[in-house]
Design a protein around this ligand. Sequence first.
Ligand SMILES: [Ca+2]
Ligand SMILES: [Ca+2]
Ligand SMILES: [Ca+2]
Ligand SMILES: [Ca+2]
Length: 248
Amino acid sequence: MKKILLSMAVIIVVAGAVAGGTVAFFNDTETSTGNIFTAGSVDLTVDSFGATYNGALVQDASWPAMNLTNEKFFTLEDLKPADIYNRSISAHVSSNPAWLCIGKKNLNDQENGINEAEDDAGDTTASVGELSQNVHVLVWKEIVPDLVHQTNEPILIDSFFDVFTDLPLRDSTTGNGPTDPIQTELLAMSLCGGNHVVAPGAGFGGEVTCNGGSMNDKAQTDSLSADLVIYGEQYRNNPNFKCADVNL
Ligand SMILES: [Ca+2]
Ligand SMILES: [Ca+2]
Ligand SMILES: [Ca+2]
Ligand SMILES: [Ca+2]
């Protein structure tokens, strides 16, 4: 009888040891103090190494990379058919990869009166000018930064000025991906009184010229002004971005 009681006591002790084991975890604590989370940024600056007007260098037309204030890409007075003005535009994106769009806003087509030639051409809209329909925009990526189009330089924008709006340089539809985190996007932007002609050639074609034949007499004496806008938006977590969805 005594022998049986002893073995029961052993069983109870073992069970107690098992129950105690379920709460005895090794533990240790390390604390990382003062963590800092800073919002990322997409900071866009633009420089220009200059411009040409009908092939001649425009004086004092360059500026260093900056946030634009009064810098004008184009000042065209007395624009005539076949005039061509090429402007270098370098967009710099710092810190994060970005999509890039270019477009215009605040377009103002002024008539400045209807002269005899405009009247003969059938201009009956005295309150609105026709210049933006008669100015053509071409933008190409500058591999050789000389304001001349070479055959290896992709043409990114090909549009009349009046319909030139919210166009992608790089978005989810263009297939060229976002900019690298720190990158200069070197562009040439050309305006033509009439219609640009890209000479045939391998790759993306050869020299760009301006054919004034399509410029309508309705545009005589008219003027236009507009803000040209370059827009950058973060790429990360934003793979389906489209410039068409942005209201510049
Ligand atoms: Ca006019
Ligand atoms: Ca008119
Ligand atoms: Ca070039
Ligand atoms: Ca007119």
